[in-house]
Design a protein around this ligand. Sequence first.
Ligand SMILES: [Zn+2]
Length: 282
Amino acid sequence: MKKLNIVYNDNYDIPLPEGHRFVGTKFSDLYNYIKNSNLYTNLTIHQSKSAPINDVQVVHNSDYVMNVEEGNLSRDQERRINLPWSARLAKRSFLAIQGTLQTSELALNYGIACHLAGGTHHAFKDCGSGFCVFNDLAYASITLLNQKKINKILILDLDVHQGKNNFPFDKKNSNLDVPIDDEVDDVKYINILTKTLDQIESHFTPDIVFYDAGVDVHSNDDLGNLNFTDYGIKKRDEIVCEYFKEKKIPLCTVIGGGYSKNRQELASRHFSIFETVSKTYL
Ligand SMILES: [Zn+2]
């Protein structure tokens, strides 16, 4: 029986004060959710390793990396990340970026792999931002390129935070940006997604796809303002998985954003990508 490769680490949770908007337990919550599901027997779970400091410096400037490691972030740097520094936060930051790299390597070998974390796309070269300490997608991409394992990467970022009227207000430009209105529902979104995938295809064929399957598009998310239902998220993930499976392009998924005080509900939303990948690939 074919198994699905998943990367996780028992140290992914982030210690946070009571009432913080980020759900620090969401990684172990999701892991436990998966463990109690019927997917579990079909998974091979890999523990992520810690990214070597020198390697992280390929994407982040060395002062910043050392400040994270040693707990010397300035007040402004900590405020921008919006997570209080702790030794555990530092540790998990090095684990989580390596986790995305490990997941991408598994994806190159097996065609598909899923990270039970990742999608920290707001981090800059010299500082973190918006709950993101290091940029895992940049780290994994640049490392694979430097190792000459691949030439072309597609980062398909379907997390809510970039494509709409929401954080970050200063939008970064990517090769293809698709603005989404606040009112967009499942059906309209799926249309835009399908068209966008075809538009990408007419431009280039990637050697690997990093898929940020953020669930902050859900209507009940605390920080996103879109109107997705559970069905919409499922449909979105199905379209992406089927599209790249059919084209035999390796797919590396990361969980991305998702915010809800209801931990069980949040875990079930993040579970969607694992369920869809299992259904599509196993
Ligand atoms: Zn987000």
